[in-house]
Design a protein around this ligand. Structure first.
Ligand code: DGJ
Length: 690
């Protein structure tokens, strides 16, 4: 909902429990007024009436108060917009108009031929912001920086910044620290979202998991990006973010060309970090993730079971075992195509390997379907191995700088997806693949960063950074439209490409290559700060853990840890005993029973994973599920009871497993004993209101 003051210069956007307001001064300065609890238009107008502070030569009255600080004039903060032409640098805009369309508010500005539009849209309590630029003038405009939005927080003391940092196999780890004066900059210079930071920040002063004000901002972009959080003088904080990783240039706007930034979404919550994440989850399920109301199936993935050593018969044997334990989707990972018998060859040649799949993928897909499962495959379309037919035919299709080394990482190079011939090749190959065999699922991987990202002959700033992501999105959109029954997974060596942009085109993401069930608890704790369980893939793999750390854990612990998201199995089932398979079947059955609650419910992080007992709870209608994990019990101390959330204190709840009846008020205020003991113990508690 958008309310507009009579003079057409103050705007108020409101969601169910929050509001966002801005104001345009007579000098066309666009000022931020309010972001927080719901207010009335009259409140926004009252705020608009407060004069800007006096102007001193060493401070700017605009700094920390503007909605979208441009470069130029009396401003010393990091500009959201920085442009230059052959003649000059910076922006001096005039307001031209505002308009609303549905729930979107557009504010239009112009600086000579450059039209700048700021877009706002409220989705529940999430504010979506983005900017579009149109070069209607006769000169080229160099876009050095065009952030999607700048967020302004209210004056408070003692801001803290939370972020999700990591690396390969250790993504999404939550860290919180006081914000000090100056700037904290996070981002990716790698061409993809990156394992190092999820494009999300949260700011609070004294919030806890379930109480207090939290501001959150998340960027929907799957290429290089940057978010800068600035603690300015006078207790003012601004967060600015967008595509591109530094100021050397984003894009060249030729006359007639335009640029639309990704969406930078933001929310305010007074329900602590838990409340903020539930708002993020509801937003993504309602507005971002495709078909989010459809539960994701239990999948089997062959990677850790067979790595590159695969064949039709061996995959069929795994499929039979997977079907036996109740798996619903069987995914053949890397190694089925071209000369791909190791990571040294084959990427780019998207036809089944004739020795391994002599009659193509269809016979295996048919067998998998015959077993009652869906069939999926792994691809990594944006890459090529130098040892491939594709590279031998088109060595100029990769990103490279003339006369420089073509850096290989994992023996592969990055295709220049900004090229139309590359886009067409990939479309043709993937469309043929999806048309040639009954494929229901595509795991789309991306296993190296950009390094020598050049495009000989193209002027600077080169568009390949931005256009790579646009081409990826367009390819996914086109494939989804042509093959509406096919679901997609975003993977990048685990969690290297997880953001709101890719999530608007994929059905789930591969959270991490780290499948150790204990490490996963911390990764999942961070991941769910922003993204819902409905997209968080988690596999049960072999014990001891083969991929990472050799840690041994029970099947029970591995399943309970993986049941916190979209359950998958990734172990070598041909090596599992009959007892293990029977136990796995029981866990998969239980998961299917609780799946709607886990994937669609409200998530409460009851206790963080910090050495002892951790627990997450999901609430949906009359049902609630608790997944509790005990890392280690020390000194024989009693394991604490877990206090539940989101229940009706006046109701009673029956445990599905034991038939025990618990009173809501008792569960909320005194908690539930989990019965866990020792090391790496875990349990599932499923309660239904009676
Ligand atoms: C990285 C992924 O994260 C793994 O799951 C697997 O698909 C490999 N790539 C295959 O090369």
């Amino acid at each position: 909902m958008v309310d507009i003051a009579e003079n057409g210069r103050t705007w108020l956007l409101s969601g169910p429990s929050s509001s966002y307001a801005l104001h345009l001064t007579d000098a066309d300065e666009l000022l931020h007024l309010h972001w927080g609890p719901r207010i009335a238009l009259a409140d926004a107008e009252a705020l608009a009436g407060s004069p800007l502070p006096g102007y001193w030569p060493f401070e700017s009255p605009l700094d920390g108060r503007e909605e979208y600080p441009v470069e130029g004039g009396p401003r010393f903060v990091r500009p959201a917009l920085s442009v230059r032409t052959d003649e000059r640098r910076g922006t001096e805009w005039r307001f031209t108009a505002y308009e609303t369309e549905g729930d979107e508010l557009r504010l239009r500005f112009a600086d000579d031929g450059l039209a700048i539009t700021l877009h706002y849209r409220m989705r529940g309590d999430v504010v979506e912001r983005w900017v579009s630029l149109d070069n209607g003038g006769p000169a080229r405009v160099e876009l050095l920086r065009a952030d999607a939005a700048t967020w302004t927080l209210p004056e408070r003391e003692g801001w803290r910044l939370s972020q999700l940092h990591g690396r390969w196999a250790a993504e999404s780890r939550l860290t919180t620290a006081p914000l000090t004066y100056g700037e904290k900059v996070i981002g990716s210079r790698r061409g993809h979202t990156g394992h190092q930071h999820l494009p999300w920040v949260a700011l609070d002063t004294d919030a806890t998991e379930e109480r207090g004000e939290v501001y959150g901002c998340a960027l929907g972009w799957s290429g290089s990006w940057r978010i800068a959080v600035a603690q300015l003088p006078d207790a003012r904080v601004q967060v600015t973010g967008g595509a591109g990783h530094d100021d050397s240039g984003l894009l060249l706007l030729e006359p007639g060309a335009s640029y639309t930034s990704p969406v930078f979404a933001g929310l305010w919550s007074d329900g602590g970090f838990g409340g903020a994440s539930r708002t993020w989850h509801a937003y993504q399920r309602a507005h971002v993730v495709p078909d989010a109301d459809r539960d994701r199936p239990v999948l089997f993935n062959s990677w850790e079971a067979t790595f590159f050593d695969i064949s039709e018969e061996q995959q069929a044997a795994l499929a039979r075992r997977a079907a036996g334990i109740g798996v619903e989707l069987f995914v053949v990972d890397d190694g089925w195509f071209g000369a791909r018998t190791s990571d040294r060859a084959g990427l780019g040649d998207w036809t089944p390997n004739p020795d391994r799949f002599p009659h193509g993928l269809k016979p295996l897909a048919d067998q998998v379907h015959g077993l009652g499962m869906q069939f999926g495959i792994w691809v990594e379309p944006e890459m090529v191995n130098p040892d491939s037919d594709l590279y031998r035919a088109h060595p100029d299709w990769v990103q490279y700088q003339p006369g420089r080394t073509r850096t290989e990482l994992r023996n592969q190079l990055v295709l220049n997806l900004a090229r139309e011939d590359v886009q067409e090749y990939l479309w043709e190959r993937l469309d043929t693949l999806l048309s040639g065999a009954p494929i229901d699922y595509v795991k789309w991987d991306f296993n190296r960063c950009f390094t020598d990202a050049g495009w000989p002959g193209e002027p600077y700033p080169q568009r390949l950074w931005v256009d790579h992501v646009r081409a990826l999105y367009a390819l996914l959109d086109r494939l989804r439209a042509a093959h509406p029954g096919v679901a997609f997974e975003s993977c990048s060596g685990g969690g290297g490409r997880i953001d709101l942009g890719v999530l608007s085109r994929t059905d789930q993401v591969w959270t991490s290559d780290n499948t150790d069930p204990l490490d996963r608890l911390a990764i999942q704790h961070g991941f769910t700060q922003i993204h819902p369980a409905r997209v968080m893939a988690a596999w049960v793999t072999d014990s001891p853990n083969t991929q990472l750390n050799g840690r041994a854990s029970s099947l029970r612990f591995r399943f309970v840890s993986a049941m916190a998201g979209v359950l998958g199995v990734g172990g070598d089932l041909t090596e599992w005993t009959e007892e293990e398979l029977a136990e796995a079947r029981r866990w998969v059955e239980l998961y299917k029973e609780i799946r709607p609650v886990v994937q669609q419910g409200d998530l409460y992080r009851l206790r963080p994973p910090s050495g002892g007992l951790s627990a997450v709870q999901y609430v949906r209608g009359d049902e609630t599920v608790v997944l509790a994990c005990l890392q280690a019990q020390s000194h024989g101390e009693p394991v604490p009871a877990v206090r539940l959330r989101g229940l009706d204190p006046t109701a009673s709840y029956e445990c599905r497993e034991t038939g025990e009846v618990h009173r809501g008020a008792v569960l909320l205020h005194h908690g539930l004993r989990t019965g866990l003991r020792g090391d790496l113990d875990a349990t599932v508690i499923h309660l239904r209101r009676i």
